[in-house]
Design a binder for this molecule. Structure first.
Ligand SMILES: [Zn+2]
Ligand SMILES: [Zn+2]
Length: 136
């Protein structure tokens, strides 16, 4: 059994992947609901404002934003920036442009891989092997 100290209140609890105890976890969930309610009424509230009004740490707000459980209005300064290009972002860890670029890079890499395999299999055809062995 993995017993740890809660990162929030310091109480001992059975660790199951969460850095805080079940009590604090529940309290955080309630806070998140409160934050969401606040954002419904104050659509263009900033992170700093929410942090002050709902009494949540800016760090915690940022964590929720990174986990994409919380979203601020587009254009609102969240204090969070794209991890690649540094533009302010309302949610996640990257701006939509960089996300798109990453996706394209991935599919391009996949295409290259497929091409490579194809080339290798043709070079292994008997004709090619004979050709190569003649020049050895
Ligand atoms: Zn706790
Ligand atoms: Zn970016």
């Amino acid at each position: 059994m993995d017993i740890r100290n809660c990162k929030s209140c310091g109480a001992m609890f059975q660790y199951v992947g969460d850095p805080v105890c079940p009590k604090c976890h529940e309290a955080l969930e309630l806070k998140l609901a409160e934050v969401k309610d606040y954002l419904k009424e104050h659509e263009f509230a900033t992170v700093a404002e929410v942090s002050e009004e709902v009494d949540v740490a800016v760090k915690q707000l940022h964590r929720w934003v990174r986990e994409e459980r919380l979203m601020f209005a587009p254009g609102v300064d969240t204090g969070m920036v794209c991890s690649k290009c540094g533009v302010p972002i309302p949610s996640g860890s990257m701006c939509s442009k960089c996300k798109e670029q990453l996706k394209n890079a991935f599919s391009q890499a996949n295409r290259k891989e497929g091409h490579y395999v194809e080339q290798r299999s043709t070079s292994q055809s008997s004709k090619e092997r004979m050709h190569l062995s003649r020049y050895k």
